[in-house]
Design a protein around this ligand. Structure first.
Ligand code: FPP
Ligand code: MG
Length: 478
């Protein structure tokens, strides 16, 4: 029999009445609860005097809509700070590169999605009580400090991470046989019969330590992909500073990306949820598939993939949208779904389908807008002049739509804008077409779909913030 850490008594971790567990969530050190003070960062509406409105017949002002970033600002800050602890290595320069992109501010859109979807759905899944119990109960594997502890012997797993000196084995002598550890006996889970579960979103909003760790994992994977991408694209700049390849060289940048994926894999397995491991592992494969699809569209001959090269035609739209999903939307869709699975949503429950559909639509809208911005002004902070995609040989939404109005675009797309004057001509054809506006409309249609999907969720601040995000994505200017 194991001790229940929160109650401190030697007894199985048994369920308490709902009123008690809700009250306890406020002081739990394991389940992160959105405290009142955390929400002070949100824009505050002036106090509403209901009685006054009742007598004066003035229509009631709509509830202020939460700013998505402000709603989870303390958690985003915490995860940024603690993420660096996952990246220590025996090689200082490897550590330096692995941390490099985390030192410049990013949009943190992927972690934001994980946190907001967690808050919007925690309490709904029929396995929520077990997940909440695991976050509270010593030895059940879901507490924040347990996620930092290796499952395998520390000196075997972490040889070594200087940020975790207790888990580090010395190399000054040969490695001797160690006594085996006593087998781990997990505590008994509480016997909640599923029939007692009434889906209701946790109030105040709650986040599990596993979900915070997942938010870090998705950002690490994103950064690993950028380290590789900047080598492939030969980008000199990233977020207004020298890119990792420009600062450290190609080889170290690729290795740092691989190192991040290694640390990510260990962190992922500690979440203790095979479905989440499978989802996130498939995202890594998707990112590579998306990059290959894009490379193939441009460099098929050089890569020996000429036989697989797409023919110019309707295929281009399918390939473009498939690439957009694989490179951008997959991480958002599966990251959000994984967050909901960690909150105890089981197969057959709609919440994780909503997370996937939302993330997929939002991710595609986000990338379509990226492709619009590339034509409109470029992105100086990313070192991209306007039309940078054309220079890379890429036909994105605006060029594909322009082709429908100007057939002369077809040959340019087919030869990847590689002849002198092609890029300028293609840019002009896009300007003289409705390509940019139609791409923006397509982005809006995906963002609207993402918003619509949210209607299956109960109202909450997190849901309102996710709605705001669908509007922000299509209005963004950088
Ligand atoms: C940015 O694209 C890049 C990506 C979204 C993904 C790149 C994926 C790989 C290089 C495959 C390897 C993946 C891993 C996980 C190691 P972009 O060039 O359109 O955007 P940018 O302007 O920000 O560079
Ligand atoms: Mg790039």
């Amino acid at each position: 029999m194991r001790r229940c850490a929160v109650a401190g008594a030697r007894r199985p971790c048994l369920p308490l009445p709902a009123s008690v567990t809700r009250a306890r969530a406020h002081r739990s050190y394991s389940v992160h609860v959105q405290q009142k003070k955390a929400s002070t960062a949100q824009p505050q509406a002036p106090p509403v005097n209901d009685a006054l409105f009742a007598t004066s017949a003035v229509p009631k002002a709509p509830a202020p809509r939460p700013d998505p970033y402000a709603l989870v600002a303390p958690q985003l800050k915490e995860l940024r700070e603690t993420l660096l602890n996952l990246l220590g290595s025996s090689h200082p320069s490897l550590t330096e590169i692995a941390k490099y992109y985390f030192l410049h501010p990013s949009k943190q859109l992927r972690p934001l999605l994980v946190l907001l979807f967690s808050q919007a759905t925690n309490g709904l899944g029929s396995g929520w009580y077990i997940k909440k119990w695991a976050a509270d109960c010593e030895g059940a594997g879901g507490r924040a400090e347990e996620l930092d502890q290796p499952l395998t012997r520390a000196d075997v797993l972490n040889d070594w991470n200087p940020s975790m000196p207790d888990n580090t084995a010395s190399f000054s002598s040969s490695f001797s046989l160690r006594p085996p550890r006593p087998p781990h006996q997990p505590p008994l889970p509480p016997p909640f019969p599923p029939s007692l579960h009434i889906p209701a979103v946790e109030a105040p909003a709650a986040l599990l330590p596993t979900q915070l760790r997942l938010a870090q994992i998705v950002e690490m994977i994103h950064v690993a992909s950028l380290l590789h991408d900047d080598v492939i694209d030969k980008s000199p700049l990233r977020r207004g500073a020298a890119s990792a390849p420009a600062a450290f060289g190609n080889k170290l940048s690729v290795l740092a990306g691989d190192f991040l994926l290694g640390r990510t894999s260990a962190a992922l397995s500690r979440l203790g949820e095979n479905e989440v491991v499978e989802l996130i592992a498939s995202v890594i494969a998707n990112l590579v598939e998306g990059e290959i699809l894009q490379l193939k569209a441009v460099h098929a001959d050089a890569l020996g993939l000429a036989g697989l090269s797409p023919t110019v035609g309707q295929d281009n739209w399918n390939i473009y949208l498939q690439k957009t999903y694989l490179k951008t939307a997959s991480l958002m869709a599966k990251g959000a779904r994984a967050a909901v699975v960690l909150g105890g949503c089981k197969e057959g429950e709609v919440w994780k389908e909503a997370a996937y559909a939302y993330g997929r639509n939002l991710g595609i809208a986000f990338q379509l807008m990226d492709d619009v911005l590339d034509y409109e002004a470029g992105d100086a902070t990313l070192g991209k002049p306007g039309g940078a995609d054309l220079q890379l040989g890429l036909a994105t939404g605006p060029a594909l739509f322009a082709w429908e109005e100007h057939p002369e675009m077809g040959p340019l797309i087919k030869r990847k804008f590689e002849q002198p004057g092609d890029v300028e001509l293609a840019r002009d054809l896009v300007r003289r077409s409705s390509g940019v506006e139609r791409t923006r409309d397509l982005a809006r249609a995906h963002a609207d779909k993402a918003r619509e999907v949210l209607s299956v969720l109960p109202d909450s601040d997190a849901k309102a913030a996710l709605e705001v995000l669908t509007e922000r994505v299509v209005k963004r200017t950088s």
